[in-house]
Design a protein around this ligand. Sequence first.
Ligand code: GLV
Ligand code: MN
Ligand code: MN
Length: 415
Amino acid sequence: MSTAVERFAALWDSLAPIGRAPSGPLDGPAGSGYLRYAWTHGDLDCREWFVEEALDRDLDVETDGNGNIWATWCPAGVDEQMPAVVTGSHLDSVPHGGAYDGPLGVVSALLAVDEMRARGATPTVPLRLAVFTEEEGSRFGVACLGSRLLTGSIAPDKALALTDRDGLRLSDAMRIGGVEPDTVGADPTRLAAIGAFVELHVEQGRWLVDAGQPVGIATAIWPHGRYRFDFRGAGNHAGTTRMDDRHDPMLTYAYTVLAANKEARLAGAHATVGRVSVEPNATNAVPSSVTGWLDARAPDDEILKMLVEAITVKATDRATRDGTQVAVTAESASGATTFDPDLVARLRAVLPDAPLLATGAGHDAGVLASRVPAAMLFVRNPTGVSHAPEETASDEDCTAGVAALADVLTELACR
Ligand code: GLV
Ligand code: MN
Ligand code: MN
């Protein structure tokens, strides 16, 4: 008979080759990792993998109108209408992302079902596994799109009009992926059928390393948002345009990036500009426009607001000096999340050694927390790295995560 660690490794290894960047080994530097953007082949193949695994376990599988996948274990005699206990995460990745962010929660959910069955634990309410779509927002720009649509925190028209970097609309991408976008939008019936949601996730920091524990319980998520800064100037010849005659948006952009870093440090917050696009992107031309995306996160809503305002003021002042223009658009924003205290207390009672920790990372559990009792488990990540190929967790810690999740689901669903 295989051990729990071997069972984890086997299922993990079956997903590992899907959606890998072709340019390098998983543990290589830039150019490696995963390219599992929502509704592209990498993501679609992951979704198919999940459906097969769920069907192999005799779960009832359906895809909702927003493209989220649900797999239900409803034992005979259990009323399907009762509020379910739900667990799951996402399978899409950031560009060249690590293997664990998202998939660990999905693999652990499947294995927790196996574990519960092996223990003879039978749910008395439906137990549901969820795979949310476009959690990273790497393709269409809005993070947690599947759960935001489900909860109604983004309007369907706005979502369907989002485009990827090639100008393809979400509606078309969903259609290509086999989901008709006719019923995109808030789904109060499905939400009302969630009694509790618990998402297991790889930790995206090193708290658990310092705490010496394989599994932790999340208490809160920092408020965060994505802000697009469009800088416009005057394109011109790099060799003939006098320095004094330029209206170079790259200068305004560069100053803004430095200002964002400084303001975040002063505020005890985080600010990152990790994506930029330049027109015409030519070595021998003063750019005509630069767009930079600011990711800002802070300990509370007020600090976040003040941080973005301070960066905007600095960008605007600098634009005046450079003879450029800047426009700022909030592409998505998430307020501070506190996970359900009663649910967290129940998790704590089941996992007394698991430390409590807050995080600066966004999650579907955070979006759902505004509507249903939600909580999260984190699994130790020895590198502390995330959104990069070095993101990792040992098979032993992942197996401890599966056991913890099975304990929690048994507590919540088998009473
Ligand atoms: C999602 O991982 C985020 O925090 O951006
Ligand atoms: Mn994630
Ligand atoms: Mn992520």
